[in-house]
Design a protein around this ligand. Structure first.
Ligand SMILES: *Cc1c(COP(=O)(O)O)cnc(C)c1O
Length: 373
């Protein structure tokens, strides 16, 4: 699905020097590269505060902790997402309230948010799934009306741009109160281990987020609030410093791959290619098609037999996961989420894809559909 080895080969000299520097200096924890990367990312995102942390799941957890949500408070989120988004909500004793997604963008459907709001609702968590932003203008309007906080899960959409109705442009993750991202190796901006970051323009929230990520302390050994230990390793920051300047070109490479797939699949009536909304660019963390009248498992097996990986993101939506059994949500009415779970398929997409690979993949998919579907 990704080719991190080929990507590394192209940037090997810069990466090796960066890693070696950290080892030579032995500044493994909170070395200067962490602060340098933080400033670099603040500039790239055009945001006042970036707080690096250990991974994307921690980023979300720390965000909810900083918003001072109390057990029993409700958080509105899609069920059609990676489990981390909803897991930390439950971990903190908050109640996830699942809202269905739009069938075309795969992101939370703003028109279904208001009916899910109760006096206990405190926050909305849009997930910019597969690399395209949710409809943030509509979400912000609802949040303002009901005085709710907005935490963006932009683990899959770093680098994507959101086009506001008023003509301004924001980077994904800088639109709500807090943005959370992940630098997991396969993410669009991936390090060589775990990593994550939290973004905000609010100085008060920034100091709170920073404190919570650092054992609840501002002054060493004075722990004001319950926090956690969530740091970005210096080695990972050094790697990210080399890779961030390449992010836009990486996104462009992914867009080229998507364009190839789109052109190949446009004439195929059994395949719905990704939809591009008017309000967001797409950074194609995943290239995800919808199948119609095709046996998905047979296609997956056929591709696998020919050395082509494909994945279902995600085969079981959050509301049907065992971990949420006690919330009694498994029979919740989320028709679009259930339907997408049955028909989505993600294809290989990364920064190093060659034309012959793309031709091989599309040829086999189209051959399977024409022969067996
Ligand atoms: C990857 C991901 C996360 C979690 O990030 P980790 O760094 O793996 O903890 C959260 N949300 C979404 C949507 C993701 O894709």
């Amino acid at each position: 699905m990704v080719d991190l080895q080929s990507q590394y080969q192209k940037i090997k000299s810069g990466i090796d020097v960066a890693i070696n520097n950290v080892i030579e200096q032995a500044n493994f924890i909170n070395g200067p590269e962490v602060g340098e990367f933080r400033i670099q990312l603040e500039k790239y995102l055009n945001i006042s505060h970036v707080i690096p942390c250990a991974n994307g799941t921690d980023a979300l957890q720390i965000a909810f902790m900083a918003l001072d949500l109390k057990p029993g408070d409700e958080v509105i989120t899609p069920s059609f997402t990676y489990i981390a988004t909803t897991e930390v909500i439950a971990l903190l004793g908050l109640t996830p309230v699942f809202v269905d997604v739009l069938p075309d963008t795969f992101c939370i459907d703003p028109s279904k948010i208001e009916e899910a709001i109760t006096p206990k609702t405190k926050a909305i968590v849009p997930v910019h799934l597969y690399g395209q932003c949710a409809d943030m203008d509509s979400i912000l309007e609802i949040a303002k009306k009901y005085k709710l906080k907005v935490v963006e899960d932009t683990a899959q959409a770093i680098g994507a741009e959101y086009f506001h109705k008023d003509g301004t442009v924001s980077k994904a993750g800088t639109i709500g109160d807090i943005g959370c991202t992940s630098f997991f190796p396969s993410k669009n901006l991936g390090c060589y281990g775990d990593g994550g970051a939290i973004f905000t323009n609010d100085a008060f929230l920034a100091s709170s987020l920073k404190k919570i990520a650092n054992h609840g302390q501002v002054i060493k050994y004075h722990h004001e609030v319950v926090g956690c230990n969530s740091r970005l390793d210096t080695i990972q920051a050094a790697i990210l410093k080399v890779k961030l300047p390449l992010l836009d070109s990486y996104c462009a490479e992914r867009n080229k791959v998507a364009e190839f797939y789109n052109n190949a699949f446009k004439p195929v009536s059994q395949i719905t290619i990704p939809y591009i909304s008017t309000y967001s660019s797409h950074v194609y963390h995943q290239y995800t098609i919808k199948l119609n009248g095709v046996n998905r498992q047979e296609l997956i097996d056929y591709l696998s037999d020919h050395g082509i990986p494909s994945m279902i993101y995600y085969p079981l939506p959050a509301h049907k996961q065992g971990m949420f059994k006690s919330f009694g949500k498994e029979n919740q009415y989320l028709p679009i989420t259930n339907q997408l779970t049955e028909c989505v398929l993600s294809l290989p997409i990364h920064t190093e894809m060659e034309l012959d690979q793309l031709e091989y993949i599309t040829k086999h998919i189209i051959y399977f559909i024409n022969s067996f579907a």
